[in-house]
Write a protein that binds this ligand. Structure first.
Ligand code: H79
Length: 587
């Protein structure tokens, strides 16, 4: 009751105080001092589990990045003041008229893809508002389109059984009160006022959370920009939860997120879940997480953008589930309002796969086997699903399970057998029944699979904690030295000085080692344009591999080589290369 009264109070405050004006002067309204009806410190772990349950079970959602920038085909997050001059960018909305937009169709596509929720960009860093906001005229109602996209999507999602959610950037390069004006903070506003901006932000969120029915998630972003603070983040979290107590909020509400790994800094408040970006999160059972990954390369629509294969998409989803996380797969609709046919086709392929094998994804938890390159696992009740992506041997030998296996069968079809001892579990699947995308082995246990502690599978990289040096280290800081690329920690990196176009990283494996595979992860994907892998032989460097881009995750087979000293030689980069991990494996 208290809650309802309070909601009425907020709504009427918004109605009375809010007025629409041509500029952002509208932020004259009183801040909505949300009275926390939910005490975030008092939520028990059981309450939290209850709140987050639907989302964890859903495992798969659709991310949508859309706005006037799609007219240009450049990135929504960083083309204002870069690829497109600010004056031009800010006028794009005047020609934004996506007459083929059909909210029902988007919701249907999401449903048919097997996605259970949709996260839509109400406002990205560029400040344009995709709903009818009374706090600004820089919104969809001032475009020739004049239709409230958020409203139509909210209704369509409801119709199709999809939980509607919002992405909302905290930073706002357009708003005069927000101190910064373009990516990297290169443009400053003449007369900023962060308190006033915070009021605008809060007012708009109150609008979004009271006018459009249930919002499943608030997906904040733009958290890294200097003006934002942890205090403001905590207050914002409380406001949001007060307006919709059951809502789920990501960790970008505050400033505790650790870069693109999306982890939350230990001991800091980080909303409800972690947000690895453009990468699959690490195995993590004690705190929920969701990888956000694009179906092409860009978040917003880009003509002829490279579309990921079905295999890559579905394996990404399976790997997320196996690590106990969700996947938020992004599409960028075109400026006419349609999602590209080829993207729709891809989504429907995923949906078809989930129709058949969804029991191994939805409502499962990750593990117990911790993922490696070839295998990941999911579990539910008395069942473990072993997902095998590639086979190194005739049979698959896994570490032992503490519970007896009753039955083993191939969910993906065919005959198999198994053998269990206290030392190992062996699974035999004839070659003809191995699936190129994912072979799913369903193990039915005599007891629960849920209490089994995580079981590591991995083979360590040969470079792990070996002696490393580099031609250049960012400002000679130890935090960015060569050893960071071989420490097995996906959050630390080797970095080079700004403007560096070529650099090398050298690892001494301690003794001659045989290897045949390399994995490299670039912290700023797409900087490296060409590189070679070289080994030292009789005091000369021999090239064993030549590559072009690296990107967030580069992996390839190498000609089988035995060597002690190995170099990653970056020959051409658009800016200082920086590498999370450089790993070598024998298999
Ligand atoms: O909306 C999509 C992108 O447009 C948006 N996030 C996804 C979900 C995005 N905006 N900027 N970026 C992604 C890249 C930002 C990278 C950096 Fe940083 C910001 C580099 C340095 C500051 C993140 C925070 C990595 C290190 C700190």
């Amino acid at each position: 009751m208290k809650q309802i009264l309070w909601l009425i109070a907020v709504t009427s405050a918004v109605l009375v105080l809010g007025c629409r004006t041509a500029t952002h002067e509208a932020a004259k309204t009183k801040p909505i001092a949300a009275k926390p009806v939910v005490d975030i410190e008092k939520e028990t772990p059981a309450d939290f589990e209850k709140r987050i349950k639907w989302w964890r079970e859903a495992r798969f959602g659709m991310f949508i990045h859309w706005g006037p920038v799609s007219l240009k085909g450049t990135e929504i997050g960083w083309s204002r003041g870069r690829e497109i001059p600010i004056e031009e960018y800010d006028k794009l909305y005047l020609s934004f008229n996506p007459t083929n937009f059909n909210a029902n169709l988007w919701a249907k596509i999401a449903r048919d893809a097997g996605m259970k929720y949709m996260v839509f960009t109400s406002k990205h860093h560029d400040g344009f508002c995709m709903w009818d906001s009374k706090y600004t005229d820089y919104d969809i109602m001032s475009s020739p389109f004049k239709r409230d996209v958020v409203k139509e999507l909210a209704e369509a999602c409801k119709r199709y059984g999809i939980v509607f959610c919002l992405y909302h950037s905290i930073c706002d390069w357009y708003h005069p009160d927000y101190p910064l004006g373009s990516p990297g903070g290169k443009t400053q506003k003449p007369n900023p006022n962060m308190d006033r901006y915070n009021e605008y932000l809060t007012n708009q969120l109150s609008e979004l959370l009271t006018k459009y029915g249930r919002i499943g998630i608030l997906w904040f972003d733009g958290d890294w920009e200097k003006p934002w603070t942890q205090e403001r983040g905590i207050a914002l979290y409380k406001t949001v939860r007060s307006l919709q107590p059951d809502i789920i909020v990501n960790n970008r509400v505050g400033v505790a997120r650790k870069g693109m790994s999306g982890a939350t800094a230990p001991g800091m408040f980080g909303g409800d879940y972690d947000t690895p970006e453009q990468r699959i999160g690490n195995f993590q059972m004690d705190r929920p997480w969701e990888s956000c990954i694009t179906i092409c390369q860009q978040w917003a629509w880009k003509p002829n953008d490279r579309l990921k294969s079905f295999k890559e998409c579905i394996q990404t989803l399976i790997r997320c589930a196996g690590g106990d996380g969700n996947l938020l797969l992004n599409v960028g609709p075109m400026p006419d309002g349609q999602i590209e046919d080829r993207q729709v086709e891809r989504l429907l392929e995923i949906g078809k796969w989930l129709d058949k094998y969804g029991e191994s994804i939805y409502k499962t938890r990750g593990g117990p086997y911790m993922p490696n390159r070839n295998i990941t696992s999911t579990r539910a009740g008395n069942v473990i699903y072993i997902h095998v992506f590639s086979w190194d041997d005739e049979h698959l030998r896994l570490p032992p399970l503490p519970v007896q296996i009753k039955k083993a069968k191939l969910l993906t079809g065919g005959k198999m057998s198994f053998y269990q001892t206290p030392e190992y579990v062996e699974l035999f699947v004839p070659e003809g029944f191995r699936n190129d995308v994912d072979t799913i082995i369903k193990l039915e246990l005599k007891g629960s699979a849920m209490e089994i502690p995580p079981i590591p599978l991995g083979v360590a990289s040969l470079t792990l904690n070996k002696k490393a040096k580099a031609s250049n280290v960012y400002k000679k800081m130890s935090e960015f030295n060569a050893s960071r690329a071989v420490d097995g920690d996906a959050e630390t990196r080797w970095a080079t000085d700004e403007g560096t176009k070529s650099a090398w990283l050298e690892v001494d494996l301690g003794k001659p080692e045989k290897f045949s595979r390399v994995v490299i992860s670039e912290a700023y994907p797409d900087r490296v344009k060409s590189f070679e892998i070289k080994v030292l032989e009789n005091e000369t460097w021999r090239t064993i591999f030549k590559g072009n881009g690296i990107g967030a995750h580069f992996e390839t087979k190498l000609p089988e080589t035995t060597a002690q000293v190995v170099r990653l030689d970056i020959l051409d980069a658009t800016n200082g290369p920086t590498i999370y991990e450089f790993q070598l494996f024998n298999k």
